[in-house]
Ligand binder design. Structure first.
Ligand SMILES: Nc1ncnc2c1ncn2[C@@H]1O[C@H](COP(=O)(O)OP(=O)(O)O)[C@@H](O)[C@H]1O
Ligand SMILES: [Mg+2]
Length: 292
């Protein structure tokens, strides 16, 4: 299989064209993940662009995105495959009505198989392999990780009744984690790893400007400055890029060109997500301190 990117610069420029500004480290991780190819585990605080990296990757590769949002209680039946019991039951009744007898082998065939995201990514036949996003893997129970090991290591899925499904061209796999818990070594070993840093103020300005071209430079700068100062407070939920983008969008929609105290307090709900955080951030706007 030919590698989809010539070099790291091309990853950066293709993502840039799609409105996503990559830093060198993330671009390198994506380049290697696509070239080797190997699953890529992206970790970082909420809102640093982990999910967006996978969405943009599918976009620039011109391929489909298969997304599995992880949650507590997620099982193989939702992630890998399950048997269509209703159709099996129907087939048994039909056979009975004809005085036939069905063997197990008749019931556990691909006709009765429901493909879930991971198996679907293996059996996909499009011109470019799909991007499989296993999003927020830290939300799933840790036993769930064991279900992924075969797939992450060999890009295959084994169904006891049917055998092993493997793809000549494995999907591009991105896993994300907000690090709400440690992931197992066995999973980490099978992936390339990259920690996405929260962007520097200058990069944050460039990212927000790409996302909301209508917003003025002074507005974007004053908002990212403020968010930078807010992130130094001891907050329940430090504002990330998503909140910064939302806030600029809100202020820009209100026709604000540089964020002052009144505008800020009116719209603080875009970045402050708990009463305590509202209070803490409001203090940053005490009149003596002027505006951000
Ligand atoms: N480097 C970037 N360039 C452009 N937009 C970005 C970048 N990083 C994050 N974003 C935007 O910030 C928001 C939050 O990103 P997201 O991928 O949801 O974060 P995470 O998955 O890490 O919690 C999204 O709207 C995303 O498009
Ligand atoms: Mg995400």
């Amino acid at each position: 299989m030919t590698a989809p990117f010539r070099d790291i610069e091309q990853v950066i420029s293709r993502f840039d064209e799609a409105g996503h500004l990559l830093d060198e480290g993330t671009a390198t991780a994506l380049y290697l993940a696509c070239t080797l190819p190997r699953p890529l585990l992206l970790e970082g605080e909420p809102g640093v662009g982990k999910t967006a990296s996978a969405l943009t990757l599918a976009n620039v590769l011109g391929t489909s995105l298969i997304r599995l949002q992880c949650y507590e209680g997620l099982t193989a039946r939702e992630a890998l495959y399950e048997w269509n019991y209703q159709r099996q039951l129907l087939a048994i009744r039909l056979a009975e009505s004809r005085h036939d007898r069905l063997e197990d082998a008749d019931l556990f065939t691909s006709e009765f198989l429901i493909e879930r995201p991971i198996l679907r990514s293996v059996t996909a036949t499009g011109p470019v392999p799909p991007v499989l996003l296993l999003d927020e893997i830290d939300r799933a129970d840790d036993e769930f990780e064991a279900l992924l090991l075969e797939f992450l290591g060999e890009a295959s899925v084994t169904i006891p009744e049917l055998g092993t499904f493997a793809s000549a061209r494995p999907p591009y796999v991105v896993l994300t984690s907000n690090r709400s818990r440690e992931l197992h070594d066995a999973l980490r070993r099978r992936c390339l790893y990259h920690w996405i840093e929260f962007p520097s103020p200058d990069r944050a300005v460039r990212i927000v400007r790409r996302r909301i071209p209508a917003a003025s430079e002074p507005l974007v700068r004053s908002v990212t400055d403020f968010v930078g100062r807010a992130r130094e407070l001891d907050l329940d939920k430090p504002p990330g890029l998503a909140e910064t983008i939302d806030w600029v969008a809100a202020l820009s929609a209100l026709g604000v060109t540089s964020v002052g105290r009144d505008d800020a307090l009116r719209t603080l709900s875009a970045i402050a997500k708990s009463p305590d955080d509202v209070d803490a951030m409001t203090e940053l706007f005490e009149p003596s301190e002027g505006t951000a």
